[in-house]
Ligand binder design. Structure first.
Ligand code: ZN
Length: 327
């Protein structure tokens, strides 16, 4: 394995992070990588180069939500089937045609209006199930198009992980215990775990198949499904990393709880974290049941045809989320 030096290009006069902390992070990185690699060695025996890590004080945002449109339409479709004579049908029809016509980044105002309109009439729901179904659609609509600040990112072009320390600091500062330095150090480590798993995924696709780069970057290559699978798996790895480290510090437990909440909120199939939901709700320990799902997904991904994402996504969707029991 090539050991690259940890590079960082910014001094943080206001943050209590020292060179020593960075060196510790480097040691952690090899542990994380070993753990992440252990999941793919069955599929791909070539070891990967360690990515460079950059710690940056930039604030970078990304907008999510494309999946949710599809998921909402699907929910509306299910509603029409279950309640063909419902009071809400006309309204939902209008809503689905609005969603279908909607440009990618805008129109949240129209959605908001429709949500308020449906909400104001919710008392007309005759059946408990009908009400529950409408409430679900409303909650999905409310969660459409989220712009988030990135905690980190993996850039495959130059095999580089960037950790956005200001955003990490803002988020981990909220942990109830520990001093700021510890919070930031653990935050960097957790985000690093997530991004390293993306690096491993990329490595798997590149070396397992010559068209890997094509699969990763091609705009028509089922991007929605691809992102859902990759992001969900990385999220799951991040969760697992916290799970195994939580005896050493309560900040891991705190973050794990946040992830649990988040996964509970974005419960619906089709959301980018649906994959993680499968693993989390099916329960840790890692090496048992979830491994079967993981292997199926990674295999689908490494197979390398352009429909593999769709297949992997279908594996996720085939779970009966609503009947899963919490561990
Ligand atoms: Zn990610």
């Amino acid at each position: 394995m090539k050991h690259s030096k940890i590079k960082y290009h910014y001094e943080f006069p206001n943050l209590p992070i020292t060179d020593n902390d960075i060196q510790e992070l480097y040691v952690k990185m090899t542990n994380i990588l070993w753990e992440a690699e252990s999941y793919i060695l069955e599929l791909n025996h070539q070891r990967m180069d360690l990515p460079d890590i950059f710690i940056s004080d930039d604030v970078v945002t990304k907008t999510y939500g494309k999946y949710t449109y599809k998921a909402i339409l699907k929910e509306i479709g299910k509603f029409h089937v279950a309640f063909p004579y419902s009071y809400f049908n006309g309204m939902l029809e209008k809503l689905s045609s609005t969603i279908k016509r909607m440009p990618k980044e805008s129109s949240t105002d129209i959605l908001k209006e429709l949500v308020e309109c449906i909400e104001s009439k919710l008392d007309h729901a005759e059946l408990k199930e009908e009400r529950a179904s409408i409430e679900k659609i409303i909650s999905m609509l409310k969660n459409t198009k989220r712009t988030v600040q990135l905690l980190g990112a993996y850039y495959h072009q130059n095999n580089r992980i960037v950790l956005y320390i200001n955003t990490i600091g803002d988020y981990f500062e909220k942990a109830p215990t520990g001093d700021l330095a510890t919070k930031i150090k653990i935050g960097l480590e957790i985000v690093l775990a997530h991004e390293i798993f993306h690096a491993v995924q990329y490595h798997l696709m590149i070396d397992g198949n010559k068209t890997g780069e094509y699969l990763w970057t091609h705009p028509y290559c089922d991007k929605d499904y691809r992102d859902c699978v990759l992001e969900g798996l990385a999220r799951w790895f991040e969760y697992s990393w916290c799970e195994q480290a939580l005896s050493t510090n309560t900040i891991y437990q705190w973050h794990k709880d946040q992830l649990d909440d988040e996964l509970h909120t974005y419960y619906y199939p089709g959301w980018a974290y649906a994959a993680a939901k499968v693993f989390v709700r099916r329960g840790i320990p890692l090496r048992h049941e979830p491994m079967m799902v993981l292997e199926t997904l990674l295999e689908a991904v490494s197979r390398g045809d352009r429909y593999c994402w769709r297949k992997a996504y279908d594996v996720l969707e085939s779970f009966d989320y609503h009947n899963q029991r919490l561990p």
